[in-house]
Design a protein around this ligand. Structure first.
Ligand code: AMP
Ligand code: MG
Length: 518
């Protein structure tokens, strides 16, 4: 176990690449460099609100004392750290946005341990950097609590994600226009310490190419492969690397689909090169199953980042990455082929996942119709995704009686189904039962498969909303309960939360719809 305030940090990224050394935080363009050194700006009164024991154990980090809390709030940096903000660019909502960069995230250094790979430790909300543009470099408590809990929740669900080590209230106030309607107000400021082997994004590579800094692009690519893809070696490693990113990105989207997660802002600067869920903003789980649902109010006109679009957007984003690394290839034939391979890779993973979710022994070509029928049925019935799949696990074998089927699934419906939808439910479940009867595994094994692939507890937005409201009134009880519940999402331990989204949350801002103001 090591202490944050006495640890010798590694600074491999900073030592390898060119960066701006001035430590000035005035917003500016920084051509020719991959980062700018910048110190966190001190806060008034740091208060530790949450600490991830699991991540601390993985990384062998000692529980923080007062001195360590100063590190978690940006009030203290130690001599072995080289704090920096990374410079990256990206496509936002389909348009080239130019230089973006860490506008409010500052990496302190890389934490090494005997038990895990090196992890970047990064403060989000630690004050202005050269990439803050018009922002203040800060984060509000509500969005920080969301990122802290949700990234840990995703980890426990088994979805690839960046992690969160701590959540600190800064004691400072931050001005935000929550609804983008001209009514700004002060909110509590907070800082999350995030951790990941790397926070590199597609946008880091796009930036170098857009600036025609191809020598740096080559160097960053080779370094990324050596550091994070050590199995890839030899002459063809760049194409193998891209193939691996295609695979990891496809897996990520399939995992989001499995648990019903909508990211909300899949811009290329929010796409991790390691295939992790990164930059938690206006995300949401699905309550009622709706492929057109986007939690992001900024996304509402086009619903570009809606649940059902995520697989297609990932492909589009991979296309941006392919364009960015194209200068590293003699011709683009292999690169195009690797990009086009996304579709078969994605679908093979998707159908495999759906088969497990449904408790099928394996995926057979003929199961495609059943999977499509179930999806269509969930939309028609306005069924709660999580509750529906839990009820599927407990559906008694060989139930084909229409009345029994309707009664069994009723707890998952947000509205009473019309007659035609009710009939569709019965038909689809009968079709499902027929397929289950062909399973080469036992009923028990099929149930276990479903239990392992269908979460029973999900961190619904209304719960987060309620936890934030209560916490701000000085009542942390719900927050503490949720902090426990995220740890065992596949168990029945937290069935007090096994209910549909309550009606009050339907149109509640911050609960069903979220702005990017954070
Ligand atoms: P996001 O969509 O949240 O990933 O943010 C897009 C860009 O805006 C990134 O470069 C962020 O660092 C930057 N940004 C977001 N909020 C702030 C803020 N309060 N201050 C400075 N930069 C910010
Ligand atoms: Mg971002």
């Amino acid at each position: 176990m090591d202490k944050l305030s006495t640890k010798i940090f590694r600074n491999e990224f900073v030592n390898t690449f060119d960066g701006a050394q001035t430590e000035k935080n005035q917003p500016r363009q920084t051509p020719g460099v991959l980062y700018s050194l910048v110190k966190p700006t001190a806060v008034r009164k740091p208060e530790l609100v949450a600490w991830s024991d699991e991540l601390a154990a993985t990384l062998q980090i000692q529980k923080p004392d007062e001195q360590d809390i100063n590190i978690l709030s940006g009030n203290l940096t130690t001599p072995s750290m080289s704090p920096y903000a990374a410079c990256y660019a990206g496509h936002q909502f389909g348009n080239w946005a130019g230089q973006l960069g860490d506008g409010r995230a500052i990496t302190l250094g890389e934490w090494t341990s005997q038990t895990a790979p090196a992890y970047e430790l990064q403060l989000k909300g630690a004050g202005p950097t050269p990439y803050s543009r018009r922002g203040d470099g800060r984060a509000v408590f509500r969005s920080s609590l969301r990122e802290y809990l949700m990234s840990e929740a995703m980890f426990h669900l088994g979805v690839p994600t960046t992690r969160a080590l701590s959540l600190v209230l800064t004691g400072d106030q931050v001005m935000r226009d929550l609804f983008y309607d001209g009514n700004s107000a002060y909110e509590k400021g907070a800082i999350v310490m995030r951790a990941a082997p790397s926070f590199l994004r597609f946008g880091n590579f796009e930036m170098l190419t857009s600036r025609e800094e191809i020598t740096q692009l080559k160097k960053l690519t080779n370094w990324t492969i050596d550091q994070f893809f050590p199995d890839i070696k030899g002459e063809n490693k760049t194409i193998q690397w891209f193939e691996d990113i295609v695979e990891k990105t496809a897996s990520l989207i399939v995992e989001w689909t499995r648990v019903g997660f909508v990211h909300g802002v899949m811009n290329t600067d929010n796409m991790s090169i390691l295939g992790l869920t990164i930059d938690y903003g206006p995300f949401s789980f699905l309550d009622d199953y709706d492929p057109e649902f986007t939690p992001n109010t900024t996304d509402l006109p086009g619903r570009r980042y809606a649940f059902g679009n995520q697989a297609g957007i990932a492909y589009w984003n991979l296309g941006c990455l392919a364009s960015a690394i194209a200068p590293l290839f003699k011709d683009t034939i292999e690169l195009s082929a690797a990009l086009e391979n996304y579709k078969p890779v994605y679908f093979s993973k998707y159908y495999g996942m759906m088969a497990r979710k449904l408790g099928l022994d394996n995926y057979r070509e003929t199961d495609k119709d059943l999977i499509e029928a179930i999806e269509k049925m969930l939309v028609q019935l306005k069924a709660d995704m999580t509750i529906f799949y839990q009820l599927l696990i407990t559906l008694p074998p060989a139930t084909t009686d229409p009345e029994l089927i309707s009664v069994h699934f009723a707890p998952s419906f947000y509205t009473i189904p019309e007659e035609s939808s009710g009939k569709y439910l019965v038909n689809t479940i009968q079709q499902y039962q027929k397929r289950i009867s062909l399973n080469q595994i036992s009923y028990k094994e099929s149930q276990e498969l479903m239990k392992a692939n269908n979460p029973r507890f999900i961190l619904r937005n209304y719960l987060l909303h309620q936890a934030i409201q209560e916490f701000e009134k000085g009542e942390p009880a719900l927050f503490l309960k949720l902090q426990q519940a995220i740890k065992t999402p596949y168990s029945t331990d937290h069935d007090e939360f096994f209910v549909r989204r309550p009606e009050w949350a339907n149109d509640q801002p911050g609960s069903s719809a979220l702005s990017c103001s954070s």
